[in-house]
Design a protein around this ligand. Sequence first.
Ligand code: FPP
Length: 235
Amino acid sequence: MFGKKKPVYCDERLRHIAFIMDGNGRWAKGRGMPRSYGHKVGAKAFKEAVKYCSTIGLGHMTVYAFSTENWRRPREEVDAILALLDEYIEEALADLAQNDVRIVFLGEKTPFPDALREKMEHLEAESANNSLILNIAMNYGGRDELLHAANIAIAEGKTTLTEADIDAHLYTKLSPPPDLIVRTANERRLSNFLLWQSAYAELYFTDVLWPDFKPRHIDAAIRDFYARKRNFGGH
Ligand code: FPP
């Protein structure tokens, strides 16, 4: 009666969960700390979420870590996020044998410093045989992704595009569309995230700030998802 609620496992209805990890700045501000501290604790919450999702039968997880617009933030904050990414890559490389996670970066890698870009590519290659697909959106924007996909199809000689042409060239092409998109920190918008893929996604919003986001909050989102009826435009 007083025990913890049991984890909720993912079945064929829930193959892909995407997270908009929002609220790091507010979390830090509330503690009189710099925004970069919020990102640091946010990175911890991210790692815990990945670990948890790999235990509940999820096949695909996507996180929005850095948008094409986030470059406009102060240099110091951008550097702090890139340093956290670097740290995560090192840890993920060291843990590849224990963690069955395949990392895919969504977005153009050219704006990143060479050394970081090479590490990102290295981690993608080294983890390519693992099973839980973790898409990390870094320098990602949904509009940018659509233009990128359309331009590849045009370069291939297509003059009229089909949905399949777009699907084939999305950064997320290894994953089905998200069934559930979770956004923390009491914001209710997509902010240029997975614009094409979110067509029939269920949206879940919570007031919890990302650094405070724990596995029990993932369970709550999944329970909420299972209580919904999805008809994908049918009846
Ligand atoms: C949004 O919160 C969060 C980000 C822009 C960065 C997300 C980064 C992490 C969770 C840590 C790094 C993880 C990796 C994998 C590199 P915000 O800063 O917009 O918060 P606010 O709206 O309260 O200001």
